[in-house]
Design a protein around this ligand. Structure first.
Ligand SMILES: [Zn+2]
Length: 461
């Protein structure tokens, strides 16, 4: 491994980097609607994480600004420079889900790992960049462009953070940027993405309540249903399901039955790696009482998008994926939330096709959020510089990737790409129980990101 310009600084500040990363990991910054208030559009914990991080940056000698709790930035370098380099990271995290064996807000260190929700996605990598920036600041080396660290608080939910930052607060788009929210070497293309919620009435049904999923971008790992009907029918259903190990059945008094199914969580960008608990439960229910909406629910859950008529692929980013992240039935209405990632070279006619597939069969579109794809040619900046930096540090000549997930890079298209912090062979921990980040990686990233920010701040283009 090559020594970088900044490795001396990172070595000398190792303890501080680790301790500050632990400190931010202890803030439970899940989007929390109950505590939304002034300056806290995503709830208090997210606002706390942002304030905490900006206060840290200010104490490190950077100029900071908080944009209403949606997002904030810390900046240094020549104030009047016409151009700006940025790192974009997010401080919000997905909900815990089930299955933790570690204290999720403990930031406990065990061997080379620090355990916490958000350790790898994305507070660990973001703080590596924060301290990488501090290393550049402390070096006193001249900068042609100013350097800005942009922190968002709604990456895992509605992306209101970046919409507010760029569209409402009218902050300039960076001229060159990266987001440490994926993997090395870097990702030069990202699929387009949309989240669509649609509803339809289900008519007379045994199902009084159906509930599954926490976020559009997670495969639901639990689903629950309450059936209301005659004691005979429910008795038969309970008996049949109790033989299947993966369903939990409890009587809820006279004419009600509660059934719980377990699936397997996975990131919404790779729904085929998980087991959708809502789909699994609907399949089992359909076998027991063939209400047509249950089989429709199952079909709509196809992870290749065929359930809403949009399956397909391109050469650069591969097949479209579709995750049904939230399913509910309440008051006779079925609601499904689809999180779709479509090939980077497609246009937005895919949205029209998805909507038509639903509205043509009696569904109502309740909500739609769209993020267009990202594509930066491999011979353009910042790809050239970031690849050079990564290769200089590792000797690893792996070709850059494309991805189905989407990152903040799409918001600064085509000036930014995702750069780190995952590497081949890492355990798949994002959005899962016992999320963790390697301390060695944290320090490696501080070095690499310091170099990246410094080189991008001075590269001619
Ligand atoms: Zn992330």
């Amino acid at each position: 491994m090559t020594l970088s310009l900044f490795s001396g600084w990172v070595d000398a500040h190792k303890d501080q980097i680790i301790a500050e990363t632990q400190a931010v990991l202890r803030i439970p910054s899940v989007n929390e609607p109950e505590s939304i208030g002034p300056g806290a559009p995503f709830g208090k914990p997210c606002a706390d994480a942002l304030e905490h991080t900006l206060a840290l940056c200010a104490s490190l000698g950077m100029r900071t600004e908080n944009f209403g709790g949606y997002a904030g930035h810390a900046e240094f370098g020549p104030e009047d420079a016409p151009e700006m380099v940025a790192m974009l990271g997010h401080l919000d995290v997905v909900p815990l889900g089930s299955g933790w064996t570690r204290e999720p807000w403990g930031a406990e260190i065990d061997g080379d790992w620090v355990y916490a929700r958000g350790a790898s996605d994305d507070k660990g990598p973001t703080f590596a960049a924060l301290f990488g920036a501090k290393a550049v600041l402390d070096s006193g080396l001249p900068l042609t462009r100013k350097i800005r660290l942009i922190f968002g608080c709604d990456e895992e939910s509605g992306w209101e953070c970046m919409r507010h930052y760029f569209d409402v607060a009218k902050q300039a788009k960076p001229d060159l940027a990266f987001t440490p929210d994926a993997g090395f070497p870097l990702y030069y293309a990202e699929k387009g993405s949309f989240t669509l919620t649609a509803t339809r009435p289900i008519g007379d049904s045994l199902v009084a309540v159906f509930s599954s999923g926490l976020r559009p971008n997670m495969v639901p790992d639990e689903a629950e249903v309450v059936l209301i009907g005659s004691a005979d029918r429910l008795g038969y259903i309970a008996k049949t399901l109790k033989r299947k190990q993966t369903f939990k059945v409890t009587d809820e008094g006279d004419k009600a039955l509660r059934i719980w199914a377990k699936g397997k969580a996975s990131h919404g960008a790779s729904p085929q790696k998980g087991i959708n608990a809502a789909k699994k439960l609907a399949e089992a229910l359909f076998d027991l009482f063939a209400e047509p909406w249950l089989s429709e629910l199952v079909e709509r859950c196809a992870t290749d998008g065929s359930g809403i008529g949009i399956a397909g692929k391109d050469e650069i980013t591969g097949p479209l994926t579709c995750n049904v992240g939230i399913v509910s039935v309440l008051d006779g209405t079925l609601s499904m939330t689809f999180n779709v990632r479509y090939p980077a070279t497609w246009d937005d006619s895919v949205l029209t096709r998805a909507q038509a597939s639903l509205t043509d069969t009696g569904w109502t579109i309740a909500e739609l959020h769209h993020t267009p794809p990202l594509y930066v040619p491999q011979d353009a900046e910042p790809v050239k510089t970031l690849l050079k930096v990564y290769r200089g540090h590792t000797g690893d000549m792996t070709k850059p990737h494309t991805m189905g997930g989407r990152t903040y890079a799409t918001t600064v298209s085509p000036n930014g790409v995702a750069f780190g912090a995952g590497m081949k062979g890492d355990p798949d921990v994002a959005h899962r129980p016992d999320e963790k980040f390697s301390i060695e990686r944290l320090l490696f990233c501080a070095n690499v990101y310091a170099d990246a920010l410094y080189q991008l701040a001075n590269v001619s283009r």
